[in-house]
Design a protein around this ligand. Structure first.
Ligand SMILES: C[S@@+](CC[C@H](N)C(=O)[O-])C[C@H]1O[C@@H](n2cnc3c(N)ncnc32)[C@H](O)[C@@H]1O
Ligand SMILES: [Zn+2]
Length: 554
Protein backbone atom coordinates (compact mmCIF):
# COMPACT_ATOMS: atom_id res chain seq x y z
CA UNK A 1 0.00 0.00 0.00
CA UNK A 2 1.47 3.33 -0.96
CA UNK A 3 0.95 6.62 0.83
CA UNK A 4 0.32 9.78 -1.18
CA UNK A 5 2.99 12.37 -0.48
CA UNK A 6 0.52 14.90 0.91
CA UNK A 7 -0.50 12.36 3.58
CA UNK A 8 3.07 11.83 4.81
CA UNK A 9 4.93 13.38 7.70
CA UNK A 10 7.88 15.64 6.88
CA UNK A 11 6.46 16.89 3.60
CA UNK A 12 9.28 19.41 3.39
CA UNK A 13 11.60 16.51 2.73
CA UNK A 14 9.87 15.57 -0.51
CA UNK A 15 10.18 17.05 -3.97
CA UNK A 16 9.69 15.95 -7.55
CA UNK A 17 12.80 16.22 -9.72
CA UNK A 18 13.03 17.28 -13.38
CA UNK A 19 12.66 13.65 -14.55
CA UNK A 20 9.47 13.11 -12.58
CA UNK A 21 11.04 11.10 -9.77
CA UNK A 22 9.73 11.71 -6.28
CA UNK A 23 12.69 12.41 -4.06
CA UNK A 24 12.84 12.14 -0.27
CA UNK A 25 15.71 13.52 1.77
CA UNK A 26 16.94 11.95 4.99
CA UNK A 27 20.26 12.87 6.56
CA UNK A 28 22.70 13.44 3.71
CA UNK A 29 20.92 11.01 1.38
CA UNK A 30 18.28 11.52 -1.27
CA UNK A 31 16.20 8.53 -2.28
CA UNK A 32 14.30 8.31 -5.57
CA UNK A 33 10.84 6.87 -5.97
CA UNK A 34 9.26 6.08 -9.32
CA UNK A 35 6.24 8.29 -8.78
CA UNK A 36 4.44 10.22 -6.11
CA UNK A 37 2.10 7.34 -5.47
CA UNK A 38 4.98 4.93 -4.91
CA UNK A 39 6.63 6.74 -2.04
CA UNK A 40 7.49 3.94 0.38
CA UNK A 41 9.37 5.79 3.04
CA UNK A 42 9.15 4.98 6.73
CA UNK A 43 10.11 8.09 8.71
CA UNK A 44 9.62 6.25 11.99
CA UNK A 45 12.81 4.28 11.25
CA UNK A 46 14.88 7.43 10.89
CA UNK A 47 15.79 7.19 14.57
CA UNK A 48 17.11 3.67 13.97
CA UNK A 49 19.23 4.89 11.04
CA UNK A 50 20.51 8.02 12.86
CA UNK A 51 21.48 5.96 15.87
CA UNK A 52 23.19 3.31 13.75
CA UNK A 53 25.31 5.91 12.00
CA UNK A 54 26.37 7.42 15.33
CA UNK A 55 27.20 3.98 16.77
CA UNK A 56 29.22 2.88 13.72
CA UNK A 57 31.17 6.16 13.76
CA UNK A 58 31.99 5.77 17.45
CA UNK A 59 32.84 2.08 17.12
CA UNK A 60 35.11 2.76 14.14
CA UNK A 61 37.29 5.34 15.88
CA UNK A 62 39.53 2.84 17.71
CA UNK A 63 39.69 0.43 14.80
CA UNK A 64 40.75 3.17 12.37
CA UNK A 65 43.36 4.47 14.81
CA UNK A 66 44.79 0.95 15.25
CA UNK A 67 44.97 0.59 11.47
CA UNK A 68 46.77 3.88 11.13
CA UNK A 69 43.90 5.71 9.43
CA UNK A 70 44.46 8.94 11.31
CA UNK A 71 42.43 11.38 9.26
CA UNK A 72 39.46 9.41 7.97
CA UNK A 73 37.49 11.16 5.24
CA UNK A 74 33.84 10.94 4.31
CA UNK A 75 33.23 9.81 0.73
CA UNK A 76 36.86 8.82 0.08
CA UNK A 77 37.36 5.04 0.36
CA UNK A 78 40.33 3.97 2.43
CA UNK A 79 42.11 0.61 1.88
CA UNK A 80 42.41 0.12 5.67
CA UNK A 81 38.97 1.52 6.36
CA UNK A 82 35.79 -0.06 7.71
CA UNK A 83 33.89 -2.65 5.66
CA UNK A 84 30.12 -2.73 6.13
CA UNK A 85 27.44 -5.12 4.96
CA UNK A 86 23.84 -3.97 4.98
CA UNK A 87 22.42 -7.43 4.43
CA UNK A 88 18.72 -6.44 4.08
CA UNK A 89 18.85 -3.07 2.41
CA UNK A 90 15.55 -2.37 0.59
CA UNK A 91 16.00 1.01 -1.16
CA UNK A 92 19.59 1.39 0.05
CA UNK A 93 18.72 4.53 2.02
CA UNK A 94 20.66 3.37 5.08
CA UNK A 95 23.75 2.42 3.05
CA UNK A 96 23.72 5.69 1.14
CA UNK A 97 23.62 7.50 4.46
CA UNK A 98 26.56 5.36 5.68
CA UNK A 99 28.54 6.33 2.58
CA UNK A 100 27.73 10.02 2.90
CA UNK A 101 27.97 10.39 6.68
CA UNK A 102 30.58 7.95 8.07
CA UNK A 103 34.28 8.76 7.68
CA UNK A 104 36.96 6.11 7.03
CA UNK A 105 34.96 3.54 5.09
CA UNK A 106 36.53 0.95 2.85
CA UNK A 107 33.32 -0.21 1.26
CA UNK A 108 29.64 -0.91 1.86
CA UNK A 109 27.96 -3.99 0.41
CA UNK A 110 24.29 -3.16 0.00
CA UNK A 111 22.31 -6.34 -0.42
CA UNK A 112 18.71 -7.32 -0.96
CA UNK A 113 17.24 -10.44 -2.48
CA UNK A 114 14.58 -8.51 -4.33
CA UNK A 115 15.57 -7.51 -7.86
CA UNK A 116 13.37 -4.43 -7.70
CA UNK A 117 15.04 -3.33 -4.46
CA UNK A 118 18.47 -3.76 -6.02
CA UNK A 119 17.42 -1.72 -9.07
CA UNK A 120 16.44 0.98 -6.66
CA UNK A 121 19.77 0.62 -4.83
CA UNK A 122 21.63 1.12 -8.14
CA UNK A 123 19.53 4.18 -8.91
CA UNK A 124 20.14 5.70 -5.49
CA UNK A 125 23.86 4.94 -5.53
CA UNK A 126 24.15 6.80 -8.83
CA UNK A 127 21.95 9.70 -7.72
CA UNK A 128 23.97 10.17 -4.51
CA UNK A 129 27.34 9.67 -6.28
CA UNK A 130 28.53 6.95 -3.90
CA UNK A 131 29.48 4.24 -6.41
CA UNK A 132 33.08 4.48 -5.17
CA UNK A 133 31.95 3.12 -1.78
CA UNK A 134 28.76 1.10 -2.30
CA UNK A 135 28.64 -2.26 -4.06
CA UNK A 136 25.01 -3.29 -4.71
CA UNK A 137 24.36 -7.02 -4.30
CA UNK A 138 21.33 -9.11 -5.24
CA UNK A 139 21.48 -12.26 -3.16
CA UNK A 140 20.18 -14.05 -0.12
CA UNK A 141 21.59 -12.26 2.94
CA UNK A 142 22.92 -15.43 4.56
CA UNK A 143 24.74 -16.50 1.41
CA UNK A 144 26.50 -13.14 1.21
CA UNK A 145 27.56 -13.48 4.85
CA UNK A 146 28.73 -17.10 4.52
CA UNK A 147 30.99 -16.01 1.66
CA UNK A 148 32.68 -13.62 4.11
CA UNK A 149 33.21 -16.01 7.01
CA UNK A 150 36.91 -16.65 6.24
CA UNK A 151 39.24 -14.86 8.68
CA UNK A 152 40.58 -12.57 5.97
CA UNK A 153 37.24 -11.68 4.49
CA UNK A 154 35.18 -11.04 7.63
CA UNK A 155 33.36 -7.72 7.78
CA UNK A 156 33.86 -4.93 10.33
CA UNK A 157 30.16 -4.10 10.57
CA UNK A 158 27.06 -6.12 9.69
CA UNK A 159 23.64 -4.50 9.84
CA UNK A 160 20.58 -6.77 9.98
CA UNK A 161 17.30 -4.89 9.66
CA UNK A 162 14.68 -7.46 8.67
CA UNK A 163 10.93 -7.47 8.80
CA UNK A 164 10.21 -9.55 11.88
CA UNK A 165 12.77 -11.81 13.43
CA UNK A 166 16.49 -11.67 12.60
CA UNK A 167 16.93 -15.29 13.70
CA UNK A 168 17.30 -16.81 10.19
CA UNK A 169 20.37 -14.62 9.62
CA UNK A 170 22.18 -15.01 12.92
CA UNK A 171 24.18 -18.16 12.22
CA UNK A 172 25.81 -16.52 9.21
CA UNK A 173 26.19 -13.11 10.85
CA UNK A 174 27.96 -14.42 13.95
CA UNK A 175 30.50 -16.17 11.73
CA UNK A 176 31.17 -13.41 9.26
CA UNK A 177 31.62 -10.36 11.47
CA UNK A 178 35.30 -9.64 12.20
CA UNK A 179 36.89 -10.04 15.65
CA UNK A 180 36.19 -6.78 17.44
CA UNK A 181 33.55 -6.13 14.78
CA UNK A 182 30.09 -4.70 15.25
CA UNK A 183 26.78 -6.43 14.71
CA UNK A 184 23.65 -4.23 14.57
CA UNK A 185 20.41 -6.20 14.81
CA UNK A 186 16.74 -5.16 14.61
CA UNK A 187 13.86 -7.41 15.71
CA UNK A 188 10.33 -6.20 15.01
CA UNK A 189 8.50 -9.34 16.14
CA UNK A 190 7.83 -7.82 19.54
CA UNK A 191 4.59 -9.74 20.01
CA UNK A 192 6.54 -12.98 19.97
CA UNK A 193 9.33 -11.59 22.15
CA UNK A 194 6.81 -10.11 24.60
CA UNK A 195 5.12 -13.36 25.51
CA UNK A 196 2.20 -13.50 23.07
CA UNK A 197 3.57 -16.78 21.79
CA UNK A 198 6.24 -18.24 24.10
CA UNK A 199 6.47 -21.40 21.99
CA UNK A 200 7.20 -19.45 18.82
CA UNK A 201 9.72 -17.40 20.75
CA UNK A 202 11.50 -20.60 21.70
CA UNK A 203 11.59 -21.82 18.10
CA UNK A 204 13.03 -18.52 16.89
CA UNK A 205 15.24 -17.42 19.75
CA UNK A 206 15.76 -20.50 21.93
CA UNK A 207 14.04 -18.79 24.87
CA UNK A 208 10.57 -18.79 26.35
CA UNK A 209 9.10 -15.29 26.56
CA UNK A 210 6.77 -14.19 29.36
CA UNK A 211 3.94 -11.67 29.29
CA UNK A 212 5.07 -9.11 31.78
CA UNK A 213 5.28 -5.37 32.36
CA UNK A 214 9.02 -5.57 31.72
CA UNK A 215 8.63 -7.51 28.47
CA UNK A 216 10.26 -4.81 26.36
CA UNK A 217 13.53 -5.12 28.23
CA UNK A 218 13.09 -8.90 28.40
CA UNK A 219 12.84 -8.84 24.57
CA UNK A 220 16.27 -7.23 24.36
CA UNK A 221 17.65 -9.82 26.74
CA UNK A 222 16.18 -12.66 24.68
CA UNK A 223 17.76 -11.30 21.49
CA UNK A 224 21.14 -10.91 23.25
CA UNK A 225 20.89 -14.44 24.62
CA UNK A 226 20.22 -15.70 21.12
CA UNK A 227 23.22 -13.81 19.69
CA UNK A 228 25.46 -15.20 22.44
CA UNK A 229 24.29 -18.72 21.80
CA UNK A 230 25.01 -18.43 18.05
CA UNK A 231 28.39 -16.85 18.77
CA UNK A 232 29.35 -19.59 21.27
CA UNK A 233 28.96 -22.25 18.59
CA UNK A 234 31.97 -20.76 16.85
CA UNK A 235 34.10 -20.04 19.93
CA UNK A 236 32.90 -16.45 19.96
CA UNK A 237 31.07 -14.24 22.42
CA UNK A 238 29.24 -10.91 22.38
CA UNK A 239 29.76 -7.68 24.28
CA UNK A 240 26.58 -5.57 24.23
CA UNK A 241 27.37 -1.92 23.53
CA UNK A 242 23.84 -0.56 23.41
CA UNK A 243 20.48 -2.37 23.52
CA UNK A 244 17.36 -0.36 22.93
CA UNK A 245 13.67 -1.00 22.95
CA UNK A 246 12.34 1.59 20.51
CA UNK A 247 8.69 2.13 19.57
CA UNK A 248 7.66 -1.23 18.12
CA UNK A 249 11.03 -2.94 17.78
CA UNK A 250 14.26 -3.98 19.50
CA UNK A 251 17.63 -2.79 18.24
CA UNK A 252 20.89 -4.10 19.68
CA UNK A 253 24.51 -3.21 18.92
CA UNK A 254 27.04 -5.82 20.02
CA UNK A 255 30.78 -6.25 19.56
CA UNK A 256 31.81 -9.80 18.65
CA UNK A 257 35.08 -11.42 19.69
CA UNK A 258 36.63 -14.90 19.70
CA UNK A 259 37.92 -16.74 22.77
CA UNK A 260 37.16 -20.21 24.11
CA UNK A 261 37.98 -19.12 27.68
CA UNK A 262 35.51 -16.19 27.58
CA UNK A 263 32.88 -18.50 26.07
CA UNK A 264 33.00 -20.50 29.30
CA UNK A 265 31.64 -17.43 31.08
CA UNK A 266 28.44 -17.48 29.02
CA UNK A 267 26.54 -19.67 31.48
CA UNK A 268 27.10 -17.06 34.18
CA UNK A 269 25.71 -14.30 31.93
CA UNK A 270 22.48 -16.15 31.09
CA UNK A 271 19.64 -17.34 33.24
CA UNK A 272 16.00 -18.19 33.74
CA UNK A 273 13.33 -15.79 34.98
CA UNK A 274 10.70 -16.77 37.52
CA UNK A 275 7.61 -14.59 37.54
CA UNK A 276 4.87 -14.89 40.15
CA UNK A 277 1.50 -15.50 38.52
CA UNK A 278 -0.19 -13.44 41.25
CA UNK A 279 1.90 -10.39 42.13
CA UNK A 280 4.41 -10.57 39.24
CA UNK A 281 7.42 -10.77 41.60
CA UNK A 282 10.59 -11.55 39.65
CA UNK A 283 13.51 -13.85 40.50
CA UNK A 284 16.47 -14.98 38.42
CA UNK A 285 18.44 -18.18 38.18
CA UNK A 286 21.79 -17.94 36.41
CA UNK A 287 22.89 -21.06 34.52
CA UNK A 288 26.36 -21.07 36.02
CA UNK A 289 28.80 -19.05 38.08
CA UNK A 290 32.36 -17.91 37.68
CA UNK A 291 34.77 -16.63 40.33
CA UNK A 292 38.51 -15.88 40.47
CA UNK A 293 40.58 -19.03 41.12
CA UNK A 294 42.53 -19.29 44.39
CA UNK A 295 45.76 -19.08 42.37
CA UNK A 296 44.77 -15.52 41.46
CA UNK A 297 45.38 -16.17 37.75
CA UNK A 298 42.61 -18.36 36.45
CA UNK A 299 38.88 -18.49 36.86
CA UNK A 300 36.82 -21.11 38.60
CA UNK A 301 33.55 -22.19 36.97
CA UNK A 302 30.88 -23.97 38.96
CA UNK A 303 27.29 -25.05 38.90
CA UNK A 304 24.71 -22.98 40.73
CA UNK A 305 22.25 -24.15 43.32
CA UNK A 306 18.61 -23.28 43.04
CA UNK A 307 15.87 -22.63 42.34
CA UNK A 308 15.74 -19.05 43.65
CA UNK A 309 12.05 -19.31 44.62
CA UNK A 310 9.93 -21.83 46.47
CA UNK A 311 6.84 -23.51 45.01
CA UNK A 312 4.76 -20.53 46.08
CA UNK A 313 5.47 -16.82 46.21
CA UNK A 314 6.69 -15.41 49.52
CA UNK A 315 4.54 -12.31 48.98
CA UNK A 316 1.21 -13.65 47.72
CA UNK A 317 1.45 -17.47 47.80
CA UNK A 318 0.80 -17.86 44.06
CA UNK A 319 2.83 -20.15 41.79
CA UNK A 320 5.54 -19.10 39.31
CA UNK A 321 5.96 -19.12 35.56
CA UNK A 322 9.44 -19.78 34.24
CA UNK A 323 10.83 -18.04 31.15
CA UNK A 324 14.17 -17.65 29.43
CA UNK A 325 17.00 -18.17 29.29
CA UNK A 326 17.70 -14.47 28.90
CA UNK A 327 20.86 -12.35 29.00
CA UNK A 328 21.29 -11.25 32.64
CA UNK A 329 24.48 -9.21 32.35
CA UNK A 330 24.35 -5.47 31.54
CA UNK A 331 22.52 -4.40 28.39
CA UNK A 332 24.96 -1.61 27.60
CA UNK A 333 28.62 -0.70 27.79
CA UNK A 334 28.28 2.55 29.75
CA UNK A 335 31.70 3.84 28.73
CA UNK A 336 30.82 3.35 25.08
CA UNK A 337 27.41 4.97 25.54
CA UNK A 338 28.95 7.96 27.36
CA UNK A 339 31.41 8.47 24.46
CA UNK A 340 28.61 8.02 21.97
CA UNK A 341 26.50 10.67 23.68
CA UNK A 342 29.46 13.05 23.71
CA UNK A 343 30.12 12.40 20.02
CA UNK A 344 26.71 13.55 18.78
CA UNK A 345 27.25 16.93 17.21
CA UNK A 346 24.60 19.61 17.46
CA UNK A 347 22.21 19.49 14.46
CA UNK A 348 23.94 16.42 13.02
CA UNK A 349 20.84 14.23 13.18
CA UNK A 350 17.15 15.06 12.77
CA UNK A 351 16.34 12.85 15.74
CA UNK A 352 19.11 14.36 17.87
CA UNK A 353 16.87 15.28 20.82
CA UNK A 354 15.54 11.81 21.13
CA UNK A 355 18.99 10.26 20.68
CA UNK A 356 20.37 12.39 23.48
CA UNK A 357 17.34 11.79 25.70
CA UNK A 358 17.43 8.06 25.27
CA UNK A 359 21.19 7.73 25.70
CA UNK A 360 21.07 9.90 28.83
CA UNK A 361 18.43 7.62 30.20
CA UNK A 362 20.43 4.53 29.28
CA UNK A 363 23.34 5.94 31.30
CA UNK A 364 21.04 6.45 34.29
CA UNK A 365 19.76 2.86 34.19
CA UNK A 366 20.93 0.50 36.94
CA UNK A 367 23.12 -1.78 34.86
CA UNK A 368 23.14 -4.66 37.31
CA UNK A 369 19.39 -4.91 37.81
CA UNK A 370 17.69 -6.93 35.08
CA UNK A 371 14.09 -5.98 34.26
CA UNK A 372 11.86 -3.67 36.30
CA UNK A 373 8.50 -3.28 37.98
CA UNK A 374 5.77 -0.82 37.03
CA UNK A 375 4.60 1.19 40.02
CA UNK A 376 1.10 1.67 38.54
CA UNK A 377 0.82 -2.12 38.21
CA UNK A 378 2.03 -2.82 41.75
CA UNK A 379 -0.40 -0.22 43.10
CA UNK A 380 -3.15 -1.81 41.09
CA UNK A 381 -2.43 -5.26 42.55
CA UNK A 382 -3.02 -3.89 46.06
CA UNK A 383 -5.78 -1.52 44.86
CA UNK A 384 -4.13 1.72 45.95
CA UNK A 385 -4.01 4.97 44.08
CA UNK A 386 -0.64 5.86 42.62
CA UNK A 387 1.40 8.49 44.46
CA UNK A 388 3.96 10.79 42.84
CA UNK A 389 7.00 8.88 41.59
CA UNK A 390 9.24 10.81 43.98
CA UNK A 391 7.35 9.50 47.01
CA UNK A 392 8.48 5.97 46.16
CA UNK A 393 11.96 6.90 44.95
CA UNK A 394 12.62 9.02 48.06
CA UNK A 395 11.66 6.09 50.28
CA UNK A 396 13.95 3.78 48.28
CA UNK A 397 16.92 6.17 48.46
CA UNK A 398 16.35 7.02 52.13
CA UNK A 399 16.61 3.30 52.93
CA UNK A 400 20.00 3.11 51.19
CA UNK A 401 18.80 1.32 48.06
CA UNK A 402 19.27 2.53 44.47
CA UNK A 403 16.74 3.00 41.73
CA UNK A 404 16.57 4.10 38.11
CA UNK A 405 13.92 4.47 35.48
CA UNK A 406 14.09 2.47 32.27
CA UNK A 407 14.29 3.64 28.66
CA UNK A 408 12.08 0.67 27.76
CA UNK A 409 8.99 1.65 29.74
CA UNK A 410 7.69 5.04 30.86
CA UNK A 411 6.47 3.58 34.15
CA UNK A 412 9.30 1.08 34.69
CA UNK A 413 11.40 1.29 37.83
CA UNK A 414 14.57 -0.69 38.46
CA UNK A 415 15.71 -0.97 42.03
CA UNK A 416 18.12 -2.79 44.27
CA UNK A 417 15.39 -2.76 46.94
CA UNK A 418 13.67 -6.13 47.36
CA UNK A 419 10.04 -6.27 46.27
CA UNK A 420 9.11 -6.77 49.94
CA UNK A 421 10.31 -3.19 50.53
CA UNK A 422 8.05 -1.83 47.76
CA UNK A 423 5.12 -3.75 49.28
CA UNK A 424 5.98 -2.23 52.66
CA UNK A 425 5.77 1.25 51.12
CA UNK A 426 2.31 0.33 49.88
CA UNK A 427 1.31 -1.18 53.22
CA UNK A 428 2.13 2.12 54.91
CA UNK A 429 0.25 3.94 52.21
CA UNK A 430 -2.70 1.58 52.76
CA UNK A 431 -2.78 2.36 56.46
CA UNK A 432 -3.94 5.87 55.55
CA UNK A 433 -6.92 4.31 53.81
CA UNK A 434 -10.16 4.95 55.77
CA UNK A 435 -11.03 1.27 55.27
CA UNK A 436 -7.62 0.18 56.59
CA UNK A 437 -4.67 -1.55 54.95
CA UNK A 438 -6.88 -4.18 53.26
CA UNK A 439 -9.24 -1.65 51.70
CA UNK A 440 -11.73 -3.36 49.38
CA UNK A 441 -9.42 -6.21 48.40
CA UNK A 442 -11.12 -9.56 47.92
CA UNK A 443 -9.82 -12.29 50.17
CA UNK A 444 -8.79 -14.52 47.29
CA UNK A 445 -6.70 -11.86 45.58
CA UNK A 446 -2.86 -11.74 45.66
CA UNK A 447 -3.20 -8.11 46.86
CA UNK A 448 -5.12 -9.26 49.96
CA UNK A 449 -2.35 -11.71 50.88
CA UNK A 450 0.25 -8.99 50.43
CA UNK A 451 -1.64 -6.36 52.40
CA UNK A 452 -2.52 -8.79 55.20
CA UNK A 453 1.06 -8.61 56.44
CA UNK A 454 2.36 -5.83 58.66
CA UNK A 455 5.21 -3.72 57.27
CA UNK A 456 8.64 -4.63 58.63
CA UNK A 457 10.93 -2.11 56.90
CA UNK A 458 11.94 1.26 58.32
CA UNK A 459 10.62 3.72 55.76
CA UNK A 460 11.16 7.46 55.51
CA UNK A 461 9.15 9.42 52.96
CA UNK A 462 11.23 12.57 53.42
CA UNK A 463 11.88 14.13 50.00
CA UNK A 464 15.30 12.97 48.72
CA UNK A 465 17.31 15.35 46.50
CA UNK A 466 17.99 12.60 43.92
CA UNK A 467 14.45 11.30 43.80
CA UNK A 468 13.78 12.75 40.34
CA UNK A 469 16.29 11.50 37.73
CA UNK A 470 17.94 14.06 35.44
CA UNK A 471 16.34 12.73 32.26
CA UNK A 472 12.92 13.21 33.83
CA UNK A 473 13.61 16.48 35.58
CA UNK A 474 14.85 18.01 32.33
CA UNK A 475 12.00 16.41 30.36
CA UNK A 476 14.43 14.92 27.86
CA UNK A 477 12.86 13.26 24.86
CA UNK A 478 12.93 9.56 25.43
CA UNK A 479 9.73 8.13 24.04
CA UNK A 480 7.89 8.71 20.83
CA UNK A 481 4.28 9.59 20.28
CA UNK A 482 2.85 7.64 17.39
CA UNK A 483 3.86 9.76 14.47
CA UNK A 484 1.24 8.89 11.90
CA UNK A 485 -1.81 6.74 11.40
CA UNK A 486 -0.96 3.04 11.05
CA UNK A 487 2.51 3.56 12.42
CA UNK A 488 4.55 0.55 13.45
CA UNK A 489 6.24 -2.11 11.36
CA UNK A 490 5.38 -1.18 7.78
CA UNK A 491 4.11 -3.48 5.11
CA UNK A 492 7.04 -4.67 3.03
CA UNK A 493 6.45 -2.23 0.23
CA UNK A 494 6.53 0.80 2.51
CA UNK A 495 10.23 0.55 3.07
CA UNK A 496 11.36 -1.75 0.36
CA UNK A 497 10.29 0.25 -2.69
CA UNK A 498 9.23 -2.94 -4.38
CA UNK A 499 6.73 -2.40 -7.20
CA UNK A 500 3.76 -4.72 -7.57
CA UNK A 501 5.48 -7.19 -9.90
CA UNK A 502 8.29 -7.84 -7.52
CA UNK A 503 5.95 -8.12 -4.60
CA UNK A 504 4.55 -11.10 -6.43
CA UNK A 505 7.97 -12.53 -7.09
CA UNK A 506 8.85 -12.21 -3.46
CA UNK A 507 5.57 -13.80 -2.44
CA UNK A 508 6.51 -16.74 -4.65
CA UNK A 509 9.61 -17.17 -2.54
CA UNK A 510 7.23 -18.29 0.20
CA UNK A 511 7.74 -15.39 2.58
CA UNK A 512 4.53 -13.46 2.11
CA UNK A 513 2.36 -15.77 4.17
CA UNK A 514 4.87 -15.70 7.04
CA UNK A 515 5.11 -11.97 6.64
CA UNK A 516 1.34 -11.44 6.81
CA UNK A 517 1.12 -13.70 9.83
CA UNK A 518 3.82 -11.69 11.53
CA UNK A 519 2.11 -8.39 10.63
CA UNK A 520 -1.11 -9.74 12.13
CA UNK A 521 0.72 -10.67 15.34
CA UNK A 522 2.43 -7.30 15.50
CA UNK A 523 -0.86 -5.50 14.93
CA UNK A 524 -2.38 -7.52 17.78
CA UNK A 525 0.57 -6.58 19.96
CA UNK A 526 0.18 -2.88 19.11
CA UNK A 527 -3.50 -3.07 19.93
CA UNK A 528 -2.59 -4.88 23.15
CA UNK A 529 -0.12 -2.15 24.18
CA UNK A 530 -2.38 0.65 22.89
CA UNK A 531 -5.13 -0.54 25.21
CA UNK A 532 -2.80 -0.12 28.13
CA UNK A 533 -0.88 2.95 27.08
CA UNK A 534 -3.13 5.94 26.44
CA UNK A 535 -0.30 7.89 24.80
CA UNK A 536 -0.09 5.35 21.99
CA UNK A 537 -3.56 6.33 20.84
CA UNK A 538 -2.48 9.86 19.96
CA UNK A 539 -1.64 10.08 16.29
CA UNK A 540 0.33 13.18 15.59
CA UNK A 541 2.76 13.82 12.83
CA UNK A 542 4.26 16.89 14.49
CA UNK A 543 5.38 14.89 17.46
CA UNK A 544 7.54 12.55 15.47
CA UNK A 545 10.41 12.72 17.93
CA UNK A 546 8.34 14.02 20.78
CA UNK A 547 7.54 12.66 24.16
CA UNK A 548 4.23 12.57 25.90
CA UNK A 549 3.99 15.52 28.26
CA UNK A 550 5.32 14.68 31.70
CA UNK A 551 2.15 14.26 33.63
CA UNK A 552 2.76 16.02 36.88
CA UNK A 553 5.09 13.93 38.94
CA UNK A 554 3.66 10.48 38.67
C1 LIG B 1 12.95 -3.78 6.65
S1 LIG B 1 13.54 -3.87 5.04
C2 LIG B 1 15.10 -3.11 5.18
C3 LIG B 1 15.06 -1.62 5.44
C4 LIG B 1 16.38 -0.95 5.32
N1 LIG B 1 17.40 -1.61 6.12
C5 LIG B 1 16.28 0.54 5.68
O1 LIG B 1 16.85 0.99 6.71
O2 LIG B 1 15.64 1.27 4.93
C6 LIG B 1 13.91 -5.57 4.85
C7 LIG B 1 14.41 -5.97 3.48
O3 LIG B 1 14.93 -7.30 3.58
C8 LIG B 1 14.79 -7.94 2.34
N2 LIG B 1 14.96 -9.39 2.57
C9 LIG B 1 14.12 -10.22 3.25
N3 LIG B 1 14.67 -11.46 3.30
C10 LIG B 1 15.87 -11.40 2.68
C11 LIG B 1 16.91 -12.35 2.46
N4 LIG B 1 16.82 -13.62 2.89
N5 LIG B 1 18.01 -11.95 1.80
C12 LIG B 1 18.13 -10.66 1.36
N6 LIG B 1 17.16 -9.71 1.54
C13 LIG B 1 16.06 -10.08 2.20
C14 LIG B 1 13.41 -7.50 1.87
O4 LIG B 1 13.33 -7.62 0.44
C15 LIG B 1 13.37 -6.03 2.37
O5 LIG B 1 13.73 -5.16 1.34
ZN1 LIG C 1 3.48 -13.20 44.26
Amino acid sequence: MSVPVDKLCHQDRFYTDANGWSVVKEGKAEILFPSEKDVFYNPVQEFNRDLTIAVIKEHSKDILAKRGVLEPQIGVPSEDGISILEALAASGLRSVRFAREIPGLKNVITNDWSKAAVESIHRNVEHNKVANIITPSNDDASMVMYRHKGHKTRLDVIDLDPYGSPSPFLDAALQSVADGGLLCVTATDMAVLCGNSPETCYTKYGAVSLKSKSCHEAALRIVLQCLESHANRYGRYIQPLLSLSIDFYARVFVRVNSGQAQCKESTSKLGYVFQCTGCEALAFQRLGQVAPHDNGKNKKYSLVTGPPVGRSCEHCASSFHMGGPIWLDPLHDVQFVAQLLQSIQDSEFATEDRMKGMLTMVLEELQDVPLYYELPRLSNIVKLSLEKLTVYTSAILNAGYKFSLSHANKSGIKTTAPLSFLWDIMRLQGQKNPKGQLGNLSEASPGYKIMSKAPTSEISFEAHPDANPKSREESLKRFQINPEANWGPKARSKTSLIPEKSEKQVSNQGTRRQYLRQMRNERKHREFTANKDPSSKKLKCDNLAGEPPQDSDS
